[in-house]
Design a protein around this ligand. Structure first.
Ligand SMILES: Cc1cc2nc3c(=O)[nH]c(=O)nc-3n(C[C@H](O)[C@H](O)[C@H](O)COP(=O)(O)O)c2cc1C
Length: 193
C-alpha cells in the first residue's frame, strides 16, 4: 500500500493545519503520517535526528511543508533539508514522488519562492514533482484560490486558515498518494514482464 509522509515545520500552527489536511487526503488512498520538524533537533546549526530521517526511506511519496519566512523556507526546515545530504549522495530518495505547501501572512508574501526551493530540493534528490491540477476560479470547491500551480500556497489571517486552502492541501495529499499508487502499480507490472 502506498505510504505518504508529510514532513513539515510549523512555528505557530498554520502550516500544521495544512499538513494535517494533506495527511487526511493521502489517507483516503493509502497510509499517511506526519513528521514534524522541531528546532530542538538543531545542534550547532545542524538538524540531527536520524530515526526521523529514516522515515523518508519508507515513504513512496513525500510532501514538504514550511512557513514562508523572509521569502523562503524557515531556518528549521532548511536545517532538516541540509540533513538529507547523505541521502542525496546515495540518491536514496530518487524516484519517490514529492510535492510541497507553504503559508504566509501576506496574500503573496513571496511564497512561490518557497515552493521553488522545495521543488529544487526534490530535484536534488531525483524525486518526481507532483503539482496541482486545479484551475483557479473555476473549481467548484474554490481550491487553489491563489492560482499557484506548483503546490499549495495559503494565507494565515490572524491564526485562521480559510477552508479553500485547507481543501487544496487535502486535495494535494490525495493527488500525490493516488499518483504514487499508480506509479507503484506501473513499476510492479514492469518488474514482472
Ligand atoms: C521570521 C518570519 C518571517 C516571515 N516572513 C514572511 C514572508 O516572507 N512572507 C509572508 O507572507 N509571511 C511571512 N511570515 C509570516 C508567516 O509565514 C506566517 O505567520 C505563517 O502562517 C507561519 O506559519 P506557522 O503558523 O506554521 O508557523 C514570516 C514570519 C516570521 C516569524
Amino acid at each position: 500500500m502506498t505510504h505518504t509522509l508529510i514532513v513539515f515545520h510549523s512555528g505557530t500552527g498554520s502550516t500544521a493545519q495544512l499538513a494535517e489536511a494533506a495527511r487526511q487526503g493521502a489517507a483516503e488512498i493509502g497510509t499517511a503520517s506526519l513528521l514534524r520538524i522541531n528546532g530542538a533537533d538543531i545542534v550547532d546549526g545542524r538538524w540531527r535526528n536520524e530515526s526521523l530521517l529514516a522515515e523518508l526511506d519508507e515513504a513512496d511519496a513525500v510532501l514538504f511543508g514550511t512557513p514562508t519566512y523572509m521569502g523562503g523556507p524557515s531556518a528549521q526546515f532548511k536545517a532538516f533539508a541540509d540533513a538529507t545530504g547523505g541521502r542525496w549522495e546515495r540518491q536514496a530518495l530518487a524516484g519517490k514522488l514529492a510535492g510541497g505547501f507553504t503559508i504566509g501572512s501576506s496574500l503573496n508574501g513571496d511564497q512561490l519562492q518557497t515552493l521553488h526551493y522545495l521543488s529544487i530540493l526534490a530535484s536534488q534528490h531525483g524525486m518526481l514533482w507532483c503539482n496541482l491540477a486545479v484551475t483557479p476560479g473555476r473549481d467548484p470547491l474554490g481550491r487553489n484560490p491563489l492560482g499557484t500551480q506548483l503546490g499549495v500556497t495559503a494565507q494565515n489571517v490572524e491564526g485562521r486558515v480559510a477552508d479553500a486552502y485547507i481543501e487544496t492541501a487535502r486535495y494535494l495529499g490525495r493527488r500525490i498518494a493516488r499518483m504514487a499508487s499508480r506509479y507503484e502499480a506501473a513499476v510492479n507490472v514492469e518488474e514482472t514482464v
